[in-house]
Design a protein around this ligand. Structure first.
Ligand code: CUK
Ligand code: CUA
Length: 639
């Protein structure tokens, strides 16, 4: 099984696994500039200049931070239930978690993508992937709420997602793990015959933001890792790094690191779209869920989808290409001009930078070195802009400042390196504490980066903060990149494991931020639009409590006539019409969670009485001086 010269790889692999955490705190202090406090200080009552949206990794959520202060503004629940506000517990939100695998209340969120118009952020929506149970979610940036979750069928591990095109036409994603497609009970040793990859194109409605699966491209059974879409001159093309072109299915750390080069997939998505629209795809039966929140009722609904269209590159020419990329690549990043594509290998000493013009010329000249399943492999040298020599160890991700500079994180050597994209010259390097994964620069993946700051999201925290036992918060580090040299100016702990983040000027979001929901627009079927509508109704063993909340009482506040065996639905409408006056609701022995209801909204908690007696309920949000009085009783009688 271990045909590879194990000793050779083991050194590199050990280095990758262990990483260098030798930079001491001493160094941190020496690289700190004297005016760091001034550069990051946001006075009480003042606002941050940027919102930074970070994925939560194994928390499954998104967090919004202010930059440069590093203050946590909000955790936005996406793929995981969130008892803090009842997301995933309220009847309205439960359908958001429906998948073809059942109710899945957790995921692993990796990559944030802000919506774009003409290659620049437009501040409308935020997309993020669920890596484990393949899904893509959309957050509405007027409410900071998850409004849509779309499952991606037949893939396994949606790490490579959801990368957006220049006008938010599509979100491209690729399967992390190849699997039998369609799923089948086959021996794992039949990997090479039976396991396949899929690259997925989800269309985004330009007006509503609504996602729909357009088509899937069937690919060889590699691992599809990360992608970016072209911009400007390269608009219409997608680039995806792949690893495990060895097609190993066991001990990947050795067996998927045998070849000196893996492959970068290059896709002409305009061509794919043409084929799709001309009906050249094959329809396949499948199952996946599309969950959407109706914003006027606040109720989510699921639709099961049953077919998908597959495009086969073996039958549809001039659509997919490969080009070799150095050993075990991770990030795939494109500079603001759309000309340079960085596809670096984690186990390679140098970084390969491709030129879009040269790639196109290579395709034009059919300068191919064979093919895989009918997909041409472009000549490596022909597509290359050049090599960045010995930039550091373990290059992962690159972003840009819009001034011709790239910034790359190096996991093994624990640093960020600034280099000139055109000249391929290293300009600066600064230590991070410790091994960085992604980095983000405001607008750093767009046509017009805002520059100014760089945030490194570090995988290892160690001694950066007061210890909290074995489990530590992950850490982010803020650098000022306005000068020739990067300056470390702030450390801040983060939630979950932020893999990627994007930052956007606050001015693009703040004016549109919704303050409350208009009660007259509430279309929830169980809403009480005034206290006069508060009531209790019964349909068989289902009891519906139409309840209202306004400072400082709940109505009705004495509920009798409930029997053991009943299902009680508390439909709480918050009648307030002012900013920042939520009311909460919890009932004793609640076997789920609470509700936190925003002004003008209705939310529902299902409660099944557990024994006869009189039980208290109360508002959970300190909403007024008489908040403690905001309570009531429910009486439960034997059947
Ligand atoms: S990431 Cu998902 S393993 Cu480098 Cu984009 Cu962290
Ligand atoms: Cu309403 Cu406390």
């Amino acid at each position: 099984m271990m045909k590879a010269p194990f000793h050779v790889y083991s050194v590199l692999l050990l280095a990758l696994a262990v990483s260098l955490t030798s930079c001491s705190q001493q160094n941190a202090t020496t690289v700190l500039e004297g005016n760091a406090a001034e550069l990051t200080y946001v006075a009480p009552g003042e606002y941050d200049e940027f919102y930074a949206f970070m994925s939560g990794g194994y928390s499954g959520q998104i967090t919004a931070y202010g930059l440069p202060s590093g203050r946590l503004l909000k955790e936005i629940p996406v793929f995981s239930v969130y008892p803090e506000n009842g997301y995933g517990f309220s009847e309205e939100s439960k359908p958001m978690f429906n998948t073809s695998y059942g109710f899945v209340p957790w995921d692993d969120s990796h990559h944030i993508e802000l919506s774009q118009t003409d290659g620049e952020f437009d501040g409308r929506w935020l997309f993020v992937n669920g890596n484990n149970t393949p899904r893509i979610a959309r957050v509405d940036l007027t409410t900071f709420e998850t409004v849509e979750i779309l499952e991606i069928p037949d893939v396994a591990g949606l790490h490579c997602a959801p990368f957006i095109t220049e006008n938010s036409e599509y979100l491209v994603s690729g399967t992390r793990f190849s699997v039998p497609i369609p799923q089948a009970d086959v021996p794992i040793t039949s990997f090479k015959e039976n396991f396949k990859g899929l690259i997925n194109y989800v269309a985004v409605d330009q007006e509503s933001g609504e996602m729909s699966l357009a088509f899937q491209i069937e690919m060889p059974g590699f691992n599809y890792d990360l992608a970016r879409n072209g911009k400007g001159k390269s608009h219409g093309w997608s680039f995806l790094t792949t690893y495990n072109s060895e097609q190993a299915h066991t001990l990947l750390e050795v067996n998927a690191s045998q070849k000196d080069k893996d492959l970068l997939a290059i896709i002409d998505w305009k061509k794919a779209e043409e084929y799709f629209k001309a009906g050249r795809g094959t329809e396949r039966t499948t199952s996946y869920y599309h969950n959407q929140l109706d914003e006027s009722s606040g109720i989510a609904a699921s639709t099961e989808m049953t077919t998908t269209t597959i495009l086969d590159p073996a039958e549809l020419p001039d659509m997919v290409y490969f080009i070799p990329v150095p050993k075990s690549p991770h990030g795939c990043d494109i500079d603001p001009t759309g000309e340079y594509i960085v596809g670096n290998g984690k186990l390679s000493a140098d970084m390969s930078i491709y030129s879009f013009d040269k790639l196109m010329a290579t395709i034009e000249a059919k300068d191919f070195d064979g093919d895989i399943n009918g997909i041409p492999i472009l000549n490596y040298e022909s597509g290359l802009h050049g090599i960045l020599k010995k930039p550091g160890l373990g290059p992962l991700h690159t972003e840009f400042d819009g001034k011709g500079n790239a910034y790359t994180t190096f996991f093994i050597s624990s640093e960020v390196v600034k280099w000139d994209v055109e000249k391929l010259e290293i300009l600066d390097r600064q230590s991070t504490f410790y091994s960085p994964g992604h980095l983000t620069i405001p607008g750093g993946e767009t046509k017009k980066p805002f520059g100014k700051y760089l945030v490194a999201m570090n995988k290892i925290t160690k001694d950066r903060y007061l210890p909290t036992g074995p489990e530590l918060a992950h850490s982010a580090q803020l650098f000022d990149i306005t000068g020739d040299k990067m300056k470390l100016i702030l450390d801040f702990p983060t939630k979950g494991e932020p893999h990627y983040a994007q930052a956007i000027p606050a001015s693009m979001i703040q004016p549109n931020s919704k303050k409350f929901y208009a009660i007259e627009e509430n279309t929830h079927p169980y809403a009480s639009l005034g206290e006069g509508q508060a009531k209790v109704t019964r349909e068989g063993n289902q009891v519906h409590v139409y309840m209202t909340a306004i400072r400082s009482h709940l109505a009705p506040d004495n509920i009798e006539g409930i029997q053991m065996g009943d299902e009680v639905y508390f439909h709480l409408t918050n009648l307030e019409q002012d900013w920042d006056v939520p009311h909460g609701f919890a009932v004793q022995g609640a076997n789920n969670a609470e509700l936190l209801v925003m002004p003008g909204q209705t939310k529902t908690l299902k409660w099944e009485p557990f024994r006869p007696g009189v039980f208290a309920f109360y508002c959970t949000d300190f909403c007024s001086a008489l908040h403690q009085e905001m309570s009531g009783y429910v009486r439960v009688s034997p059947k």
